[in-house]
Design a protein. Structure first.
Length: 337
């Protein structure tokens, strides 16, 4: 025997016809077989029960339907418009819940119901409960304890007379005299119509015109809390337009390290170097070399630089005595313009 499953969706009609609430609930169910495939274009029988109090509560209303699933396996019907088995849908007291809807399905279209699904009716279907307002008369007293303990509980009808007393006309004749422009000069903020405020100065950093300087007698560290010099940067730093003392200014400079390695029987090693950032013009290049840290050798090396462009250069590494070497050699370069 095939097993069938259904997924139900409840919708509530909210339209009113001749000031009457429709006594119907829209019901939709997607029906699938035991392989989770949709049951398409097939006649099915369905029995709907409205249970009161709990999922296994008393049935206050029962009706049956017969319908055909569509191309998407969807079955649509209206609870309250089927063939009544017991009860009266229009006389259900929706305020005396909770209520649950139990649906039973016969996938073959008869009355041998095998698939059962029960769902609780939550707040949306209780719009039918608004129908009870037709029988209310006389004043309604507010008993909500939250409202009664709030400031809103003290609002009277006389108070509402002042809610709309907004300003419709400009009293002093100008719509701009309350507007002012803010401007700043050093550590002072000024109002265009007079008045100012002084920004409290930082105990160390000071502003003078367009200059920012540190007024303490110590040092400045970036990335370190214990700088040993007036300015110490822990990590890599990119500097453009460096001026050392009162000398000439470098427009740009870069540096790096390359591993030359062993010579493997060759007296000369050629190493191509690419600048991380291209220079505007071919720069000046300075190179030096040393043995790898921890080596037992103490050799001297010469480095010749050629083919310098704005994107890189080539270094020629050789041992001073002209012989080969077996240790890993590192070369350091510095370029500037």
């Amino acid at each position: 025997m095939n097993r069938f499953f259904l997924t139900a969706l409840f919708l509530l009609f909210c339209a009113c016809v001749f000031a009457q609430f429709p006594q119907k609930l829209s019901y939709q169910a997607v029906i699938r077989d035991g392989s989770n495939s949709l049951v398409l274009n097939q006649n099915v029988g369905i029995r709907v029960s409205v249970l009161q109090g709990s999922i296994s509560g008393v049935s206050v209303y029962i009706e049956t339907h017969s319908g055909i699933t569509n191309n998407n396996g969807l079955l649509t019907l209206e609870i309250g418009s089927g063939t009544v088995f017991s009860g009266n849908f229009s006389q259900i007291n929706w305020g005396n819940g909770p209520y649950f809807v139990k649906t039973e399905i016969d996938p073959n279209g008869g009355g041998s119901y095998a698939v059962t699904s029960t769902s609780q009716l939550l707040s949306v279907p209780y719009a039918l409960h608004a129908k009870t307002a037709e029988s209310l008369s006389g004043p309604l007293n507010e008993n909500d304890p939250v409202f009664l303990s709030s400031v809103a509980a003290g609002i009277t009808i006389a108070d509402t007379a002042y809610w709309n007393r907004k300003l419709d006309t400009e009293i002093d004749g100008s719509v701009t005299n309350e507007l002012q422009v803010l401007s700043q000069s050093n550590d002072t903020i000024f109002l265009s119509n007079g008045g100012f405020a002084v920004i409290p100065p930082d105990q160390n950093w000071m502003v003078a015109d367009t200059n920012l300087y540190n007024a303490n007698n110590g040092s400045v560290g970036i990335g370190t809390a214990t700088p040993q010099e007036k300015l110490e940067v822990a990590g890599r730093a990119k500097v453009q337009g460096l001026q050392v003392g009162n000398g000439n200014m470098f427009k740009s400079m870069q540096g790096g390290k390359v591993l030359v390695g062993q010579s493997f029987g060759q007296a000369l090693i050629f190493v191509d170097v690419v600048f991380p950032t291209p220079f505007v013009n071919p720069p000046n290049v300075i190179c030096t070399a040393s043995a790898e840290p921890g080596t037992i050798y103490d050799d001297s090396f010469d480095i010749t630089v050629r083919f310098i462009t704005n994107t890189g250069f080539q270094m020629i590494v050789n041992r001073v005595d002209g012989s080969t070497w077996g240790q890993n050699t590192e070369a350091f370069w510095f370029a500037f313009e």
